[in-house]
Design a protein. Sequence first.
Lengths: 326, 429
Amino acid sequence: MAVLQIREAIRDAMREEMLRDDRVFLMGEEVGHYEGAYKCSQGLLKEFGEKRVVDTPITETGFAGVGIGAAMCGLRPIIEFMTFNFSAVAFDQIINNAAKIHHMTGGQFHVPMVFRGPNAAAHMLGSTHSQAFDTFYTHIPGLKVVSVATPKDAKGLLKTAIRDPNPVIFFESEVQYGIKGEVPDEEYLIEFGVADTKRAGADVTLLCWGQSVAIALAAAELAEQKGVDVEVIDLRSLRPLDEQTIFDSVRRTNRAVVVEHGWPYGGVGSHLIARIQEECFDALDAPVLKVAYEDLPMSYAENLEHLTIPQPSRVLEALEQVTYRS
Amino acid sequence: MPVVVELPRLSDTMEEGVVAKWLIKEGDKVKRGQVIAEIETDKATMEFESFDAGTVLKLVAGEGETLALGSPIAVLGKAGEDPSSALASATSAAASAPAPTEEAAPAAAPASPAPTRAPAVEVSSPAAVSVSEDERRIPASPVARLIAREAGIDLRVVSGSGPHGRIVKADVEGHAADPSNSATHATLSADKDEFGRPYAARGDVTHRISQMRKAIVRSMTASKFSAPHFYLTMDIQMDAAAKFRSECNMSITGTKISFNDLVVAAAARALRSHARVNSAYTEQGIVEHGDINIGVAVAIDDGLVVPVVRHAEQKTLTAISQEIRSLGKRAKNKELRGEEMQGGTFTVSNLGMFGIDEFTAVINPGEGAIMAIGAVREELALDEDGAVTRCRRMKVTLSSDHRVIDGAVGARFLGSFRDNLEHPMRMFA
C-alpha cells in the first residue's frame, strides 16, 4: 500500500473519478494554475485541461450556483471552497437550491455534486476563518455530510461522494492535509453511513469525526494510563449517521463522551447525545458528556485559541467524570 | 391484554400473605398507585397499591385466604376482556415457580433466598414500598437500575459512590459480588444518610465453634488464667541480619531464608544457654526441657496452628527454612499430622508480615515463654559520628510465665537472642 498525505488522497480520488466519468469536473478558487490553495488538485489542470479544472473569480455564490446548475443539467461538479468559511457567502445556494431542488421538483431534477474544502478552526486564522459548519449543513435535510480524518477514508469517501446522486458536503481540514497514512493501491469505495472504530475499548465510547479524531485518540492514550479503556469511534459520515455502531458500543461500555471540533450550543454533538439517551437510556451509567469549543468566537491569539479548542487533557477530564474516576 | 395482579412481597421475610380486605370490586376502574387491597403480612397489615391501571376483570383471591407470594389475586384489563387465559398462564407459572422454593426453604438457612424468589422481590418490593413509604427517588444510573432489577437487588440497600450519592454500575456490581449482601441479608435501617436513604441493616451471625476453635479456647484460657504473664520488649538492629540473610540467599538453592527463619535459629541457639526459658511449670517441679523444639504459629482459615521444628538449635538455617515452609504450607492445607504440632518447648509468633510493629502473645500451655515478632522496619539512626543513617530494626516481645522465669532471666535470654541477630556469624562460628 502507498503511504499518502490526505491532500494526495483527495487529489487521487478526484483524478480517478475524472478519468472514470467525463462528466466530473473541478471548479473553485485557485484550483487550476495554483493547483489548490492547499495543493489538493496538483497536476489536474495539466492532465485534464481548463474545461474540467476551472479557476473561478472570488464569487462563491456565483460558482456554487454554476455548479448546481451544471449538476441539474447532468454534469458531476466538484466545488472546492478554499475554506468552508467562504461557503457562508454561498449559503443560500447550498441550502435552498442544492439541498431542495430534488424535493421541490418532485424528483425531476437531482443535484449530484460535491462541495468540498477545509472546515472548522485550524491554527490562528481568526474568528471569521475558524467556523465549524458541521452543524449548519447536517441540519439541512437534503444534504449528505462527511468529514474525514485519514488519507484512506478521504479517498474512499470522496469517490463515493462524487458518485452519489445527491449534494454532498465534504469536510477536510487545513491542519490535516499533511497527515500521512496507508491507502490501498486497488480501487475502493467507502460507503456513507458506516462509522469506523479507530480504537476498541470497554469502558467509555468516545465519539469523534474530522479533526476531533486525533484529539480523541490522544485522550484515549492518556486515559489508558489511568486505567480507563476507551473505544474511539470515528463517525466519518455525519449524515447519514451510523447510529447502530454508536448504540452497540454505548450498550457495551455504558458511558459515552462526544468530542466536537465545533461550538457546544446545539450541534452535532448535542444530536448524538439526544439519540443516545433516546435509544440507550437503560444502558447508561453516567450522563453523556460533550467536549467542544468554548462558547466564544475563536481567538486569533495562539494561547487563547489553544484554550478554546478541546485538548486531550480536557477530553480526559470528561472520560474520568463519566467513569467516576474524578 | 389483561394483567394478572400477584400477591406482592411487602416485607423482607414475607413468605405468604392474606388479602385482609379488598378495596375494589369487579368492574371498578383502577388507577396506577391506587390502594386496591389491604394485605396481611407476617409483620403487619399493609396497603397494596396497584402497579397497573385498568378495569377489574376478576378478583381471584377471597378475603382471608392465605396465599403464597406471587399467587394471582386479581386480573385487570379493558372492560369486557376475558380474564381466563391470562389467569391460566399466571396460575401455571405460579404453580411451577414456588415448588423449588418449598424444597429449598427447609434445608437452607432462612437468610439465603431460593433463586426462584428473586423475581418476586424485583416485581413487588421496590415499587410497592417506594411509592407508599418513601416518595424520594433513589439517584441511580439507568444501567445500575437495570442490573439491580435483573439481579433482584433493592437499590435502597446499595450505597452510591457517584455525585450526590448516585448509585452507578460499579456500586451495584460490587454489591452483587459481595456475598454478605444477598438480597434478604440486608434490611432497611431506621437510620438514614444525608440523602434520606436508609442504611442497610444486617443481623448478627452466629458461627458454630469448630474443633480447632475449641482447642484454642481451652489452651489460651488455661494459659492466661494460670500462668502469670509478664512482657519484655527489645528493639533489635537488623542490618547485619539482613545482610547475612541476603548473602545466604545468594549461596543456597532450594529455599529462601526469611527473617522468621533467622529468628527461629537465633532463638533456638540462645535457648541452649538459657535452659530456664526452655522450661515448663508442673506440679512436680520446674521442668527444663532437654530438647529445643520451636513452635511456629501459622495463621490458617478461622484459626491458627503451631507446628513444631524439632531440635532447632542443631539444624542449619537451610533446614529450618525448608521445614518451616513445608509445615506452613501443609498447615494451610490442613494436612499436618497431630505429632507435628506436639512437643514444643518454646514458640515464635510473627505478625511482621501484617505490618505489626510489636504485640504480646499468650504462652502455649506446657511452655515457659513465647516470643512475639514485629515487622522489620526501616528507620533513621545516628551513627557514631552523629550523622543520620538508615537502619533496620525489629521489635520482639517475650511473654514469660513468672512461675518459672523471672525478669532478669528473660532479659538475659533476650540479650543473647539479640546478639545472635546483630552478629549472626556467632551462631555458626
